[in-house]
Design a protein around this ligand. Structure first.
Ligand code: NAD
Length: 496
């Protein structure tokens, strides 16, 4: 039975002012309508931002350790609801249940980390160059944060932003992806039940080009945190630059796994299958390029193709499924267009390249795991983010060439190298131009207490996760206290 879901703004669940709605359907079976959601516009965003400004006044003056206790309860409620949220998430996003459970677990870990940060939020006290004077810096909340999130991690990515934003004392207006709105409602229910003041969290559903755009432009939004495609991030970046807003961008990737001749191939095999075809390739950190040294190229390519062929496609709610559907028709169209591009560029199809046969999967956005061999470095297939189950294999002669190929893309999120040689591993760690490098592990697998983010056109220098994200959600204020009772002039009244 489809449900009519609502926004949460100004302390109440409500429809869009226009009363317009959009549908949320199961990508594994598009006949399954999960519900309809408000198609919000400027009026709804304005209502949310105004309410959040009131929420900020209350929440920013609540002691940080108390805010931390609320985040602790958030984590506990997520533990209680892990299975229910994971099932709902699989139904609307498509990835398999083990992965949506992991998505919820990431949110739990992020909540418990945030809870402890409530008793840290460290500033610094440092010596002053003058006598009888203290010099220090502390963190302040900033204001109302506009949070815009993608579809592929319906819970984890929003919580990477919302939990540190709230712990730091900011109020939040959240515009989730229109592809996964149900998970957003489940999270906001948890936040409210845990004790986040109703006006400190606002949920506005809708399309990016309307609700998302006006949220970024709204003068009441002091900072914007966005995760999504580089194309969308560029538009948001232009707006925030013009309006002088603090902005964190986490965007696309074209991540590579390098397998050298001395690698443990069985280990690398498990890694590449998980990295390339987990989440149906729809991870910002997905392995979309496999860079093979010539000595292992032929053998390893065959090993990967054989195992990938045996992966079971199906609805994520089926425990036997290993690869779920793509998120929507446009995503599958995009994958198909890149398969055509790959063929045109002369790469050879080693596996897949078609939709699955048969009726069973015909009402979902399924696509077979696909592998291209003989991919030329610099080709479109090798350079552009596809965001689907397509792996491009590039042959290289040595580590130097592998590093060059890895680095010669506009993105810089994640990379992986499989080798048993510690010297080569460390050379790679130093030279791979990415925000994250894994040694003998796939390109995916971030842990909540470490910084996460990419270089070049993947990010704009901020980091999510761990301690680093708190630099984005707080403003540093510097304080000098002179108790000498006389005018002391820095740099002028020197003693030596
Ligand atoms: P997307 O850019 O299409 O949408 C992301 C969000 O932006 C959605 O909520 C959308 O409604 C909103 N949006 C769209 N246009 C907007 C506009 N003009 N103004 C404001 N908001 C707007 O991305 P997607 O398809 O949901 O997600 C896939 C992309 O996200 C991939 O490129 C992937 O690499 C990236 N991603 C990156 C990370 C990371 O941490 N680097 C993590 C997950 C996903």
């Amino acid at each position: 039975m489809p449900t009519t879901f609502q926004n949460f703004t100004a302390g109440a669940w409500s429809d869009a002012a226009s009363n317009e709605r959009f549908e949320d359907r199961n990508p594994a079976d598009t006949k399954d309508l999960i519900g309809t959601f408000p198609k919000s516009d400027a009026a709804d965003v304005d209502r949310a931002v105004r309410a959040a400004q009131k929420g900020f006044a209350v929440w920013s003056t609540t002691p940080a350790p108390i805010r931390g206790q609320v985040l602790q309860r958030v984590g506990e409620l997520l533990v209680d609801r892990k299975e229910a949220i994971a099932s709902a998430m699989t139904r609307e996003m498509g990835k398999v249940l083990v992965e949506t459970r992991g998505d919820v677990q990431e949110a739990i870990d992020t909540a418990f980390y945030a809870a402890t940060e409530g008793r840290r939020l460290f500033g610094r006290v440092v010596p002053s160059e003058l006598r009888s004077k203290w010099a220090m810096a502390f963190r302040r909340p900033i204001g109302v944060a506009g949070i815009i999130t993608p579809f592929n991690f319906p819970l984890a990515v929003p919580t990477w932003k919302i939990f540190p934003a709230l712990l730091s004392g900011n109020a939040v207006v959240w515009k989730p992806s229109e592809d996964v709105p149900h998970t957003a409602n489940l999270l906001v229910e948890v936040l409210l039940e845990a004790g986040v003041p109703p006006e400190a969290i606002q949920l506005v559903h809708g399309m990016g080009e309307t609700a998302g755009k006006v949220l970024v432009e709204h003068p009441g939004i002091a900072l914007v945190s966005f995760t999504g495609s580089t194309a969308t991030g560029s538009k948001i970046g232009e707006t925030c630059g013009r309006l002088h807003k603090r902005l964190s961008l986490e965007m696309g990737g074209k991540n590579a796994m390098i397998v050298l001749d001395d690698a443990d191939l069985e280990l690398a095999l498990d890694g590449v299958l998980w990295g390339a075809f987990g989440t149906t390739g729809q991870r910002c950190t997905a392995t979309s390029r496999l860079i093979l040294q010539s000595g292992v190229h032929d053998r390893f390519l065959k090993m990967v193709a054989d195992r990938a062929e045996a992966l079971r496609l199906g609805p994520g709610l089926d425990p036997d499924t290993q690869v779920g559907p793509l998120i929507h028709e446009a995503s599958r169209d995009k994958v198909e267009s890149y398969v055509a591009i790959g063929k045109k560029e002369g790469a050879s199809l080693a596996l897949g390249g078609t939709r699955p046969n048969g009726q069973a999967l015909s009402s979902g956005w399924f696509y077979r795991p696909t592998i291209f061999a003989g991919v030329r470095a610099g080709s479109r297939l090798e350079q552009e983010e596809i965001f689907g189950p397509v792996l491009s294999v590039v042959k290289v002669t040595d580590l130097d060439e592998a590093i060059r190929v890895n680095n010669d893309v506009v993105y810089g999120l994640s990379s992986a190298i499989y080798t048993r040689d510690v010297n080569r591993a460390f050379r790679a760690i130093e030279s791979l131009d990415n925000g994250i490098t894994y040694v003998n592990a796939p390109t995916i697998g971030a842990e909540a207490h470490l910084p996460f983010g990419g270089v070049k056109q993947t990010g704009n220098g901020h980091r999510e996760g761990g301690w680093a994200v708190y630099d984005f959600y707080t403003e540093t204020k510097t304080v000098y206290v002179d108790y000498s009772g006389k005018l002391q002039r820095a740099q002028i009244d020197t003693e030596v």
